[in-house]
Every structure is written in C-alpha cells, then in structure tokens.
Write a new protein. Structure first.
Length: 94
C-alpha cells in the first residue's frame, strides 16, 4: 500500500500527464503516447481520486479534475502556458 506522500505524488503526476497529453491530442492534433496508455492513466487517476478524496483534494489541479470521469480530456482547461511548455519539451525528445 502506498503512503500519503506516494499517493499525493502519483495523483499530481497523473493529472499533469493527462493535461499535457490532452493538450497534445486536442490542441496540437498529435500523440506521443498510445490511447491505451492515456486511458490507463485516466482510469488510474479516477480510481485514486475516488479511493482517496481527502488526499486528492490537497493535490494541485484538484479543481480542474474534481469532476473528471476519465472518458476524455477535451473539457480540461488546456490553456495554461506551462502545459504548452511541457508539451514542446516532450516533442523535442520524441
């Protein structure tokens, strides 16, 4: 079983990954990961948020993901500048 710090870190990582890769898919019309990987991240995040709501609410991007169903990242707020910066870095390493 993961401790609170590990759960916090995993929720944060999944949220950021989903934001960045949703940006790539919906705004840049590109994929750097498979649909299967993306879907697994989404389902894992939804499960983590449902099983650990008290930890989830303390992790950055909580408001953006509090109603996230895991079905799509289309409705996420993808206009934050940091998202494009991270996406562009990933594209360089592709």
């Amino acid at each position: 079983m993961k401790n609170v710090k590990e759960l916090h870190s995993l929720i944060k990582r999944r949220r950021r990954q989903i934001m960045v890769h949703s940006f790539g898919y919906y705004r840049m019309n590109d994929n750097l990961i498979s649909d299967e990987v993306y879907d697994n991240w989404c389902y894992e995040l939804v499960k983590l948020q449902n099983e650990h709501p008290e930890i989830s609410s303390e992790v950055e991007l909580y408001e953006e993901f509090k109603n996230f169903s895991g079905e799509s990242g289309f409705d996420l707020p993808l206009g934050e500048p940091w998202i494009a910066v991270v996406w562009n870095r990933l594209v360089k390493y592709k």
